[in-house]
Design a protein. Structure first.
Length: 246
């Protein structure tokens, strides 16, 4: 196992929290805020204090295996995943339909079909910016375009740029993949599911959130009108998660 974990709180329920690709340590903890019981925040390879991922690591099977290993170690009965984390949890739900009682899937990027052209192009731009030899100027420009007007983010751009600079292989490999080969496998999942998507995020299109919710037999879909709901709708996200996972 290559992932690390941080345990917050105590008691039941035990909730696993899995971040998205390139998330800063602060971003990774956002979905855990306000949840009762024990929150176990996973740090995937190449993020935070975790070591870089080995060559060939970046596929949904490898990430899901690490997430499942942590879940089994801590006895998690429910989980929250953002973007890549949501994809990993979706993969687990397809392969282990009885593993979780509740799943909150935030900003799923794909399900079982190739990404839409706008999403693929957004990943390509990000990967090219990380690879550019210009002192990070291109990367900061691309990341700044993700921030909605009027939102104060402090040093978030610098932190996210540093995080993404370690993930060139992931940015190249993951957009070519999908979490599950056949969405039909998710119809057997026993978990209650909450899917939260965004209307204006090119890397996480609403179509992916809709398809993900439709694939589960018991899922609720919430679409937030935002380009970056983790920044603009933090309070609403917290309310949705705490009510669902209470």
């Amino acid at each position: 196992m290559h992932a690390r974990r941080r345990v917050l709180g105590s008691g039941t329920p035990v909730t696993l929290v899995v971040h998205g690709l390139g998330a800063t340590e602060g971003e990774a903890r956002i979905p855990a805020s306000g949840l009762r019981g024990t929150r176990v925040v996973v740090t995937l390879p190449g993020h935070g204090s975790a070591p870089d991922a080995p060559v060939g690591y970046w596929n949904y099977g490898s990430v899901a295996a690490d997430v499942l290993a942590v879940a089994d170690e801590v006895g998690a009965t429910q989980a929250v995943g953002v973007s890549l984390g949501a994809g990993a949890l979706t993969r687990i739900a397809a392969e282990r339909p009885d593993r979780f009682e509740r799943l909150a899937l935030l900003l799923p990027a794909a399900l079982d079909r190739p990404r839409e052209p706008a999403a693929a192009w957004a990943y390509e731009r990000l990967a090219a910016a990380v690879a550019a030899d210009d002192g990070g100027a291109s990367l900061h420009e691309v990341l700044a375009a993700e921030i909605p007007p009027g939102v104060e983010v402090g040093d978030h751009l610098d932190q996210r740029a540093r995080a993404l600079s370690r993930l060139s292989e992931a940015l190249r490999d993951l957009p070519e993949q999908v979490p599950v080969a056949d969405a039909g496998a998710l119809s057997d999942a026993a978990a209650e599911v909450l899917v939260i998507g965004a209307t204006d995020d090119p890397m996480h299109p609403a179509s992916a959130a809709k398809a993900t919710a439709a694939a589960f037999r018991s899922a609720r879909l919430e679409l937030l009108e935002s380009q970056a709901p983790m920044l603009t709708h933090r309070r609403q996200l917290r309310d949705l998660l705490t009510n669902f996972l209470r």
